[in-house]
Each structure stands twice: as structure tokens, then as C-alpha cells.
Design a protein around this ligand. Structure first.
Ligand SMILES: CC(=O)N[C@H]1[C@@H](OP(=O)(O)OP(=O)(O)OC[C@H]2O[C@@H](n3ccc(=O)[nH]c3=O)[C@H](O)[C@@H]2O)O[C@H](CO)[C@@H](O)[C@@H]1O[C@H](C)C(=O)N[C@@H](C)C(=O)N[C@H](CCC(=O)O)C(=O)O
Ligand SMILES: Nc1ncnc2c1ncn2[C@@H]1O[C@H](COP(=O)(O)OP(=O)(O)OP(=O)(O)O)[C@@H](O)[C@H]1O
Ligand SMILES: N[C@H](CCC[C@H](N)C(=O)O)C(=O)O
Ligand SMILES: [Mg+2]
Length: 485
């Protein structure tokens, strides 16, 4: 319980009706989740206007309302707080309500199109291995020390973030690594958090359904660095076209990592094989089980951040060599007859291109590469033809299938994808709407030493068909099918 007055500290208030000297039991932005004594923050969303639920939340016992417009009827026993931007106000309120936990640990945010989960998770793993109690907020899960919690978003809403951080503080967690998605920044889910550092991985095509243009998408990502405190570090990929753009207006201390250009943390790939990478970082040789150039970038980001957070260089290199693959990121199994199946979360054109180029660069014989891939429904349509084009260019056989169709017609999604296949590749691909059948067909087609790439769903253990979620695990399915053949 906290007083409304304290909770509103630092919130830009336009006007207030009623008393701020009242106790608040719960902060919520959802009418379906209100308890007696709650503060309800009304947000204008894409599907609903939270202001339309004000009567309902009051009848359920809410005692205070934060809103962008006062309702027509003002009740004496309720406090109404008018703000310019409810989403931003919510984030600051959530921070205050949970005791501003981000100031009590070292919080590092990772942003970029691809590699956020990998970098954040491996930093968490590395710090845990080093004996430092750590936390993780990522697409796959929220971890507090060794405890694991489920997530629904890459960057959760600001209440979930602050509640999780507060639990971390309670459990003496010293470092927290979190993914910062562009939706998260745009919807102010991360506003009011105090970061110790920010890491940029790369910027390529994704989410143009939401951000409309690439420059809007880039500017949203940049905003995260613009708002970092001056004591923080801002670590960027200097080889990425937009890497230096991220630092243009930041007050934070600037650092770079790169494989190609001059950088503070400079690496070189010595060997890139199926068994792993051999890298030279700052003149020291390093072996890692992680595969592919893109992982060399991820590891450089991890190396730089770990050093900036105070771990000795030689210790960082030792810990990096102990890291295993993150679930659903180049996770592979080899069948008794020698077929390799790789499950990877590549759900953007760039990720798919990187993974297929990596597979092509490390294959030793004349194996066939068979790719099974789909694109999510209710998401960016522009990436669909691009992903089909990349898959057919860089594989010997392609099965276009469903990812999470959500509320879209799977057949229509496949038609969008097919638009990207060049006529010379028409013979290379088939469409099989049912993802299980698609994986089964790939397993039946594969001969000794062939490589099957199952892309797009990685660690996900479900498939979303319409509004229904069914159990579905690419890795488990491929493993079982290959062991039967
Ligand atoms: C497009 C998007 O990001 N939408 C997010 C947004 O929903 P919205 O704007 O549609 O909200 P809305 O449903 O219209 O509701 C408006 C307000 O009314 C409230 N409401 C609504 C109904 C009701 O009965 N009562 C009620 O109070 C809602 O709680 C909300 O406060 O705010 C919601 C509450 O925080 C989020 O759950 C929701 O995420 C949706 C489910 C989603 O799928 N988001 C994805 C695209 C996303 O955020 N992805 C990113 C990046 C992924 C990546 O690349 O890694 C992520 O960080 O996960
Ligand atoms: N640095 C990188 N550059 C390009 N592609 C990468 C990089 N790291 C990983 N990938 C590819 O992108 C996929 C997703 O990686 P990861 O889950 O780490 O990214 P993410 O940014 O967390 O994605 P999301 O936006 O869904 O949270 C991987 O399975 C791999 O194919
Ligand atoms: N966090 C990303 C992941 C997409 C993964 C893919 N399997 C899909 O469902 O489209 C998103 O919500 O856009
Ligand atoms: Mg992620």
C-alpha cells in the first residue's frame, strides 16, 4: 500500500480533482483485473480506449483514475488525475509504486532487431557463472536468480517490469539484463527506468506494420539511447549502418564493438565451423560453441558489456567459452542416419539470411539444405515475400508453411510469401499449411548428412491458430520424427 501523493511523484500532472492523500492498494491498466482500492490508468490502445471502462472500474472498487480526458461525470469519492500521456504516467507510477527498483540494481537494456534475447540471456548466464546474482527479462522468460517465470512479451508492460525488478531487489539480485523492444519504447513501457547501460545489436527489417517506416522504427530505437543517464554506458555495433546513429544524441558514455571497423572492443573471426567459432578478441584467442558471424557480434557485445560492468578481461573470456546455445537459437539434433535438424528463431529476413549463410558456410560435404519456414499472422506483411525469397535463394528445397497464423487465414499468408519466390526457384518449393506435416515432409525428404532448418518459432512450445493456442514444439517434433526414420 502507498499514498497516491507518493505514487504521483515525477508524473507530469495537468490537473487533479479530488484528494491525493489516499491509500492505493494496486495499480492496474486493465479493468478485468481491478481490486478494491485500486488506481486505474486509462490508456488509449489500438483496440480499446481504456477511458470507456472508468465506470466499470469504479463499480469494482477503484478509488483513483489517471486519464487523458476527464469523464463527464465526476464522483466526489474518487480522485481523478489528468495527464498528457497515460502510458508514460503509468510507467512512472509503476516505478514509484514498487519503490523505484531499477535504481537499486544495475539494469542493462539490450535493443536492436535481432540478437536481443541472445545477448541478454548470455549476459545473465555469464554473470550467474561468475557468482553474481542476476536477473533476466526476455522473450523466453523472466529469471530471478535461478527462479524462472513465463512471459507474454519481449518487453513486458511497465507494471510487470517494475514488479519483477522489485522482486529481484528483494532477493539481492545485483544485475538485471532486459530486452528493450521497439514496441516497449514506443509504448513507454521502459519510461522512468534507470539504466546502468544500453546495448545496440543491429537494425534491419521488422515491425513495419506498427512503425510504418524504417526511419520511424530507427528513431524509436534511438530514443532509448537518447534517454540514458549520463553515468550509463551506451555500447553500439559500429559495423551496423545505424550503429553510430543510436549514439548521436545520447548523454551516456559511448563505446563501440566491431569485427570490421575500428572499435573499442574489436574482434576477428579465426574459424567458423559447425563445432563453434574461434575468435580473436583484443589480441586474445577464444573458443565458443556458438556458431556464425552474427554470434561473433553478439559475443563482442557481451564481452564489452561485461568489461564495462567491471569483470576482468581474462575472466570474461573464460566465462564466454563456457556459454551454451540459448534455447531455439541454432538448437540442433542429429538423427541416427546423420540428418541434422536445426531449430532457429529466425523470424526476420536478416535473421533468416544470416542463419542460412552460416549453414552454407559451415557445411562440409554436398549436403542438401531443406528449409521449413513461415511468417506470423497479425504481424508485418512486408517481410513475408522477403523471407520466402531468401529461403529459396539459399536452400536446395523449401517448404513454406505456417508460423503463428493468429487471426489471419494461413493460406493468404502463404500467398504473400510466394510472391517473393523468383521464377527460377519455382521448382524448389512447396507449400504445406500444416506445420507438423511440413516438418514431417522435410524429415522424410532428408538423406544422410542433409541439413534441415526449421525457422521462425525457435523456443516457442505453442502455435497460435486463430485465438487458440495449441501445444507445438518444433525441436521436440523434429527429434521424434528423425528418430523414427
Ligand atoms: C500492438 C501492441 O503492442 N499492443 C499492446 C497494447 O495493446 P493495445 O494498444 O491494443 O491495447 P488495447 O487492447 O486496445 O487496450 C487499451 C487499454 O484498455 C484496457 N482494457 C482493454 C479491454 C478491457 O476489457 N479492459 C481494459 O481495461 C487495456 O488493458 C489497455 O490498457 O498494450 C497491451 C497492454 O500492455 C499489450 O498487451 C499489447 O500487446 C499485444 C498483445 C502484442 O501482441 N504486442 C506485440 C506486438 C509486442 O508488444 N511485441 C513486442 C516486440 C516483439 C519482438 O520483436 O520481440 C514485445 O515487446 O513483445
Ligand atoms: N546479432 C544478430 N544479427 C542477426 N541475426 C541474429 C543475431 N543474433 C541472432 N540472430 C538471429 O535472429 C534470431 C533471433 O535471435 P534473438 O532471439 O536473440 O533475437 P531477438 O532480438 O531477441 O528477437 P525478438 O525481437 O523476437 O525478441 C536467431 O535465432 C538468429 O537466427
Ligand atoms: N516477438 C516477435 C516474435 C515473432 C515470432 C514469430 N514466431 C511470430 O509469431 O510471428 C513478434 O511478436 O513479432
Ligand atoms: Mg527476444
Amino acid at each position: 500500500m502507498k499514498s497516491l501523493k507518493d505514487i504521483l511523484s515525477q508524473v507530469e500532472i495537468k490537473s487533479i480533482k479530488g484528494s491525493a492523500e489516499i491509500d492505493i492498494i494496486q495499480v492496474s491498466f486493465d479493468s478485468r483485473d481491478i481490486v478494491k482500492g485500486a488506481l486505474y490508468v486509462a490508456q488509449k490502445g489500438l483496440l480499446f480506449d481504456g477511458h470507456t471502462f472508468i465506470d466499470e472500474v469504479i463499480s469494482k472498487g477503484a478509488v483513483a483514475i489517471v486519464c487523458q480526458e476527464f469523464p463527464k461525470e465526476i464522483l466526489d469519492h474518487i480522485t481523478y488525475v489528468l495527464v498528457q500521456n497515460s502510458q508514460r504516467a503509468l510507467a512512472i507510477i509503476a516505478s514509484n509504486f514498487y519503490g523505484n527498483p531499477s535504481r537499486k540494481l544495475k539494469l542493462v537494456g539490450v535493443t536492436g532487431t535481432n540478437g536481443k534475447t541472445t545477448v541478454a540471456t548470455q549476459l545473465y548466464n555469464l554473470f550467474q557463472l561468475d557468482g553474481k546474482k542476476s536477473g533476466l527479462i526476455s522473450t523466453i522468460s523472466i529469471k530471478i536468480g535461478k527462479e524462472v517465470f513465463g512471459t507474454t512479451h519481449t518487453t513486458p508492460d511497465s507494471i510487470t517490469i517494475n514488479k519483477s525488478l522489485a522482486k529481484m531487489v528483494e532477493e539481492d539480485v545485483e544485475y538485471c539484463f532486459m530486452e528493450v523492444s521497439s514496441h516497449g519504447i514506443h509504448q513507454s513501457r521502459t519510461a522512468g527506468l534507470v539504466f546502468e547501460g544500453g546495448i545496440f545489436t543491429n537494425l534491419t527489417h521488422d515491425h513495419l506494420d506498427y512503425h510504418k517506416t524504417f526511419s520511424e522504427y530507427r528513431d524509436v530505437k534511438k530514443r532509448f539511447f537518447d534517454e540514458l543517464p549520463k553515468e550509463a554506458f551506451a555500447l553500439t555495433n559500429a559495423d551496423d549502418k545505424n550503429g553510430m546513429v543510436m549514439l548521436q544524441n545520447t548523454n551516456a558514455n559511448q563505446y563501440t564493438y566491431a569485427l570490421k571497423t575500428v572499435a573499442d572492443f574489436k574482434g576477428k573471426i579465426l574459424e567458423n565451423q559447425f563445432s563453434g567459432l574461434v575468435l580473436s578478441i583484443d589480441g586474445q584467442e577464444l573458443y565458443t560453441k556458438l556458431i556464425g558471424e552474427f554470434n561473433a557480434y553478439n559475443l563482442l557485445a557481451i564481452y564489452g558489456a561485461a568489461i564495462l560492468l567491471g569483470i576482468e578481461k581474462i575472466e570474461v573470456l573464460r566465462l564466454i567459452s563456457m556459454l551454451k546455445n540459448v534455447d531455439g537459437r541454432f538448437q540442433y539434433t542429429i538423427s541416427p542416419k546423420g540428418v541434422i535438424a536445426i531449430v532457429d528463431y529466425a523470424h526476420t529476413p536478416d535473421a533468416l539470411k544470416n542463419v542460412l549463410e552460416t549453414i552454407n558456410s559451415i557445411r562440409t560435404n554436398n549436403e542438401n539444405v531443406i528449409t521449413v519456414v513461415g511468417c506470423g499472422g497479425d504481424r508485418d506483411k512486408e517481410k513475408r515475400p522477403k523471407m520466402a525469397s531468401i529461403a529459396t535463394q539459399l536452400s536446395n528445397q523449401v517448404i513454406l508453411t505456417s508460423d503463428n497464423p493468429r487471426t489471419e487465414d494461413p493460406v493468404e499468408i502463404l500467398k504473400d510469401m510466394e510472391q517473393g519466390v523468383a521464377p527460377e526457384h519455382y521448382k524448389k518449393y512447396v507449400t504445406i499449411t500444416d506445420r507438423f506435416q511440413a516438418i514431417k515432409t522435410a524429415c522424410q525428404m532428408a538423406e544422410e548428412n542433409d541439413i534441415i532448418l526449421i525457422a521462425g518459432k525457435g523456443h516457442e512450445t505453442y502455435q497460435i491458430l486463430g485465438k487458440t493456442k495449441i501445444d507445438f514444439d518444433d525441436f521436440k517434433i523434429a527429434k521424434e520424427l528423425l528418430n523414427q526414420s
